[in-house]
Design a protein around this ligand. Sequence first.
Ligand code: GLA
Length: 387
Amino acid sequence: MKEKIYKRFQEIFGAEGEIGVYFAPGRVNLIGEHTDYNGGHVFPCALTIGTYGAVRKRNDNKLRFYSMNFEHLNVIESSLDDLTPRKNAGWTNYPKGVMWALREKGYEIPCGIDLMLFGNIPNGSGLSSSASVEVLTGYILNDLFDLGISNQDLALLGQFSENNFNGVNCGIMDQFAIAMGKKDHAIFLDTADLSFEYAPIKLEGAKIVISCSNKKRGLGDSKYNERRAECEEALEEIRQKVKVDSLGDLSEEQFEEVRDAIKDATRQKRAKHAVYENQRTIKAVQALKANDIELFGKLMNASHVSLRDDYEVTGIELDTLVEEAWKVEGVIGSRMTGAGFGGCTVSIVKDDAVDTFIEKVGTAYKATIGYAADFYVVQIGDGPAKL
Ligand code: GLA
């Protein structure tokens, strides 16, 4: 891949000067969904698929961008003197957002760059292609200009740019999972204080399979912000009864004691999901440590039910993928992953059931939804790197 992108960079931008090639992964979340903006726990991991970037410094302030995924767009030009989000600038708003964020935080970007990207994360799949581009850009600039930023701070910078430059009110999970990824480990992160631990994922005799619904998220971003607002309001109501900083501070029992303080049935369901999902995530990591993968799988299934019934972020596509997966013998657990409203599911499937899984779930999905799903057997990889 390195050679391929290097060669294409030379074709598009010319061969002179020093060209660096970098990589940042995508991510999948194993459990702990819609908890990262509720002060709860998440359990994501970086993947070996992600975004490659080739880059060269320029002698002026120009920015030239090219994506091998969108070759029809040709070279998109911009400038360090004009770091504002543009409606028609497509993906380039992500690297530009990170440059803007660096400046906001007081870092100096002394010159423009030529940047070429190639991503092998399926587009719009909910495997965090945008966070991957953000962390990649931060990592590249940090390296090119010796900015001395830690990977954890690159994650925060990526989130800051996504929230404030691109207007998506996401939590910290995606950028953190990508910037801090570790081969064969998932990250058990407490989003209340960013304390974390790496947990080895040794799935003896089983694989992680991602099923992509091919349903684009569409209205997802506005629904996402709506869920956040519902949780914030529920928290305020609960705080009339008990002093907590976030929904993640509550155990299930504590929540049941105060849930009546939430004056609306829908908001009660949203808050219930946030509280129970956080506790499920803690239990899932304990199960994994005790080598109880069956229990881990059951908690994944319960997570999906809660996202479907209480948080209402699944939809027929994700529900079909998951409910068909549950029917297949050898499936240890299956749930939607990421924001929902489209995107992917994650399943843990015994080695000898993987082919049947893809066949059966794929056929049923096509029959119900009318178009095909895609399946990826994935590996857990490291965070960003210069290649
Ligand atoms: C998206 C957001 C994350 C997180 C998930 C849901 O991926 O970017 O911050 O909130 O949705 O768990």
